[in-house]
Write a protein that binds this ligand. Structure first.
Ligand SMILES: [Zn+2]
Length: 431
């Protein structure tokens, strides 16, 4: 099992010479990819090996670069063509218009002991790009404390490996994306944790065989609060700066500042919540199941009638649209995967409407849920996370379980405790 997370670095402002060299390499990279795409199409080639066979001599006469550039650009070309062919088959691209590589980025294969054909080396505080024999472009990197803590320490000690590095120009600097790969030991699971993400709480239900379901609620009401207060802040700035004299530059700057602040605070909280989820999953040794998020925003944007027949109010729709669901799920997924535990995504169909005890379909009334058939009562968030866990148990591959088959046994829980355990989260204060 491998977990990958990408770090973004920037370089300090580059010298004129380095800037020109970078510009030249970006142009040559794009030209070389397009050359490879052309040759692949002309000869009906799909693999990098046959491309090398057919076009290497011509490439060598056209491009004054180390041979390794042919490998890197050939790979980008064959991958671009592969995804274009797929789109053509699905009717989403025009087969008469082959792709053109016009991105201002280059993806460089790593050059190391095990891969002599790469063109880029990662040195921690700089990257080295091979241009020709004996000629290199060194790009220094601005290394923050975060980079050091999250990636570089583990990289130096050999726990993280670097993948293909992506470089692009950015004003007078360069953007450098470095994927760090980690081999993680897959752990055997004892149960499943279903996660229901709501506006003010994240609800978890942990199902293990021969154990009562365990419910945990994480209070995230801090997030809408941040959103609300920074909206007010922005509004008041708008009002003040709208009065004469006109100060458009100042206004932009201030609005950007508060937007940035809101984003940073939100991200920080999302990191704390997702870390907590991963911690709980690791403690309990459970797989984590999320509700399929595809379409969740779409269904809120439409003026769909809510359960009790009223359309979702406009401000309610806006609030829900702004909740960074996807981000939380993404962070949690990768943190859980880094623990060596599986994650699954289940359909959101009727998750808060089916009774987890007897399977009866009931309409929840507000936040409360009551089953007409068996009398089970709980909050609807708890019901949703429980159903997600039950469904998730069926989706986790059989070889992940410590003892199997447990999936079916988890589904029929007996006497439930319906009061969730509330875990307070420690957020950094000051906002
Ligand atoms: Zn029931």
């Amino acid at each position: 099992m491998q977990s990958v997370s990408s770090a973004r670095f920037i370089t300090p402002p580059l010298t004129q010479r380095k800037r020109e060299l970078l510009e030249y390499l970006l142009n040559q990279f794009a030209a070389s990819v397009n050359f490879c795409i052309q040759r692949c199409l002309e000869h009906g080639i799909t693999s990098r090996a046959s491309l090398h066979h057919i076009a290497y001599e011509e490439w060598k006469s056209k491009f004054d670069l180390a041979t390794h550039w042919f490998h890197s650009t050939g790979q980008v070309a064959t991958q671009t063509l592969r995804s274009w062919r797929k789109l053509c088959r699905q009717g989403r691209a025009d087969p008469k218009r082959p792709p053109v590589y016009d991105a201002r980025t280059m993806r460089l294969e790593l050059w190391g002991e095990d891969n002599a054909s790469g063109i880029c080396r990662f040195h921690g505080k700089a990257i080295q790009i091979r241009i020709r024999r004996g000629e290199h472009l060194w790009l220094p990197l601005v290394v923050t404390e975060h980079h050091e803590r999250m990636y570089l320490k583990d990289w130096r000690e050999g726990r993280l490996n670097v993948g293909e590095i992506t470089v692009s120009a950015f004003r007078d600097r360069a953007n450098v994306f470095v994927p760090f790969k980690q081999e993680v030991e897959p752990k055997k699971i004892q149960g499943v944790c279903g996660i229901d993400i709501n506006e003010r709480s994240v609800d978890l239900t942990i199902l293990k065989s021969n154990e009562q379901p365990k419910h945990i609620t994480l209070d995230v009401s801090k997030l809408p609060a941040i959103r609300h207060s920074s909206q007010l802040k922005r509004k008041s700035i708008q009002k003040k700066l709208d009065a004469p004299p006109q100060r458009p530059v100042q206004k932009q700057r201030l609005k950007a500042k508060y937007w940035r602040r809101e984003r940073n605070r939100t991200n920080q909280i999302i990191h704390i919540i997702s870390k907590k989820i991963a911690e709980i999953a690791d403690q309990e040794r459970v797989a984590v199941a999320f509700e399929g998020i595809k379409g969740i925003r779409g269904s809120m944007r439409s003026k769909r009638k809510s359960e009790n027949g009223k359309a979702l109010r406009k401000d309610m729709r806006r609030r829900l649209n702004q909740w960074p669901f996807r981000k939380l799920q993404f962070y949690a997924e990768y943190k859980v995967a880094r623990q060596g535990l599986p994650t699954v995504e289940v359909s959101s169909y009727r998750k808060s409407k089916l009774c987890p005890m007897c399977g009866q379909y009931n309409r929840p009334n507000g936040h409360a849920y009551g089953c007409k058939a068996c009398g089970f009562e709980a909050s609807r968030h708890l019901v949703a996370s429980w159903n997600i866990a039950k469904d998730g148990a069926r989706h986790v591959p059989a070889d992940c379980w410590q003892m199997q088959p447990m999936a079916e046994r988890l589904v029929a829980a007996e006497k439930p405790s319906v009061e969730p355990e509330r875990i307070p989260l420690q957020f950094v204060t000051g906002f």
